[in-house]
Ligand binder design. Sequence first.
Ligand code: CP
Ligand code: NVA
Length: 294
Amino acid sequence: MTRHFLDVDDLSPDELAEVLALAEEFKSNGSPPELAGQTLAMLFEKPSTRTRLSFETGMTQLGGHAVFMGPDDTHLDHGEPVSDTGRVLSRYVDFVMGRVFDHDCLVEMAEYATVPIINGLSDIAHPCQSLADLLTIQEQFDSFEDLSVAWVGDGNNVLNSFAIAASTVGLDLTIATPEGYEPSNDALLRASDRGRSPVLTNDPEEAVADADVVYTDVWVSMGQEDEREEKLAAFDGFQLNDELLPDSALAMHCLPAHRGEEITGDVLESDRSLSWDQAENRLHAQKALLAYLA
Ligand code: CP
Ligand code: NVA
């Protein structure tokens, strides 16, 4: 059966550990050209710097090839059904990675495709980011044992997937969002199914009190531009700044960041910021994922 990666829990806990170990191995020792002759199709309905470049570079480093297709390069957003696209792409390429507005588009494509469909970000999930985030935390602390992570900000796609990932590896996660901006119930349930239930609060200070790492992301995600004013008002007090970040804690942000909104330039530029490692680790983690799914 074709394996897809639409969210973190498409990998069992053991498989997730295997992918992380392979990512570490690739990062330390380089990667053999094990995808020689293979092609990844990359479908983008939204902009991207890290996802596009890390997947394309990753395929090159593994001896394969990636094809970028933006919103106007395929018939997908211009009338051709997702089901037809999934079947046709499967006749040419070995993997498809999609960044889409509507997660269901990936679910439907996965129903029809006979090659792995990989979620490169949807409205509700960003599992490739979670792989890089776990790799980054593992590098910093050597293990996930007895670690507490706080999320401060929007209960968005990055958090939904991270909550499942954190629970899978045994991280304690406390989430502070304004009321009404919690992560999805479905993601929280699936996180609980993996062994740990994230703690929810509306108080950022309470969330970060015992945190080893504090993670944030933009308040206005791609596709939410119409909600910008409303969200900026709701997130007042949720900025990750020097005052909120405990002295002993590290800071995470998946990037792109909006300095002065969800995070200050001081925190992002400080030597406690893991963002640049997170960005680099997209490459290693996704290479491991591709090699694993091949
Ligand atoms: N973090 C992330 O997915 O970045 P891009 O939007 O640049 O791909
Ligand atoms: N939550 C952000 C993540 C960008 C990588 C968005 O969806 O725009």
